[in-house]
Design a protein around this ligand. Structure first.
Ligand SMILES: [Zn+2]
Length: 344
């Protein structure tokens, strides 16, 4: 079988689509024929190399995929079942797991980041990391949704406790998490503001329900948010940009507002105006991934069509490097999907 893999960390030229041994199904695992997979920024970080993570090489990346069960072993899955991967792996036994809050697990792993991933023709996945995909849901949708919609749901619904009638600012609405946040916030009954880097992306964000979209390349978004809200600011800001936007994200919040972050693509060493936090009584909330229950909740809305991952491009796995380029250069809106070359 063939898989996307790299033997050394580095730039995009380390990515290859190579012949590998068939994965061997362990206890509690399911062998899946992958029909579609999706890229996340995490795949870029993993390729470049993350501190403290020592991978066994060559490494197959990839946290999102969907396909058909080839061999379910003794699990609850049977040959022919339609499934999608939920990439979060928790120990099940630490104090946080016992409380049911898997993303806080002291030994939390992500498929594709710490352990072999699913950008391959076939993959072995623990049964508890598979969700059923109803007939009628396309493979691209099933592959593109889990990681970003799960992450966005926990950020907005669980952590920021977004409520109908509130307003929210979503930074970087063209990215996977950003475009999921716009849809979830709108679905929750909030007024959504967003930022995007060009008019085409802004139009796509408006189509998904954003009330107004600010072009961060030619205006200060904190000023634009103040103007759009009669000087009040927003109840919640979703920031996954980090250093570049942090100050303005805090400056966009109304009194008592919440800033929720799930990443720092431009760097983590941001400057915080502490006076603004205590005087305006702001909450700064971190979030990562989701519990399997949260993923189930949001995916059921995706399966019924209330939320929908947008696909910016579908590529054969042999062109995975081009997909990495699109993410790194913020080229396009929504998700990049990969399909095994044998499926295209
Ligand atoms: Zn745990």
């Amino acid at each position: 079988m063939r898989a996307v893999q790299f033997t050394d960390h580095g730039e995009r030229d380390v990515i290859e689509y190579a012949e590998r041994d068939e994965p061997e199904r362990g206890d509690g695992e399911v062998l899946v024929d992958v029909k579609a997979a999706a890229l996340n920024h995490l795949d870029v970080w993993t390729r470049r190399g993350l501190p403290g993570i020592d991978l066994s090489m060559p490494h197959v990346p990839g946290s999102d995929a969907a396909g058909v069960v080839r061999d379910g072993g003794e699990t609850r899955f049977d040959e022919g079942d339609r499934v999608a991967v939920w990439a979060g792996v928790a120990c099940g036994d630490c104090e946080f797991c016992r409380d049911g809050d898997e993303p806080l697990c002291v030994d939390y792993h992500i498929i594709g980041e710490h352990v072999p991933g699913v950008h391959a023709e076939r993959a072995c996945v623990p049964a508890e990391n598979l969700v059923r995909v109803p007939e009628g849901v396309g493979w691209e949708t099933a592959a593109a949704a889990p990681l970003v919609f799960g992450t966005a749901w926990r950020m907005l619904v669980t952590r920021a406790e977004l409520r109908a009638g509130e307003n929210v600012l979503v930074l970087g609405a063209s990215g996977g998490v950003g475009h999921a946040c716009v849809q979830i916030a709108r679905h929750a009954g909030a007024t959504v503001y967003a930022t995007a880097g060009n008019e085409e992306k802004a139009e796509a964000a408006r189509e998904l329900g954003a009330e107004a979209v600010f072009d961060y390349t030619d205006e200060n978004f904190a000023d634009a948010v103040r103007e759009a809200t009669d000087g009040r600011g927003v109840d919640t800001v979703v920031d996954h940009v980090g250093k570049e936007t942090w100050r303005d994200s805090l400056a966009s919040l109304a009194k008592g507002g919440r800033l929720v972050t799930c990443g720092a693509t431009t760097g983590g060493d941001a400057t915080t105006d502490v006076n603004r936090i205590f005087w305006n009584q702001l909450d700064v909330l971190g979030s990562t991934m989701a519990t399997r229950g949260e993923a189930d909740d949001v995916l059921s809305l995706v399966w019924e069509g209330a939320l929908e991952p947008r696909v910016r491009e579908t590529l054969p796995m042999s062109e995975a490097a081009e997909g990495h380029r699109m993410l790194e250069e913020r080229d396009g809106f929504g998700k990049v999907v990969l399909r095994p070359d044998s499926e295209t």
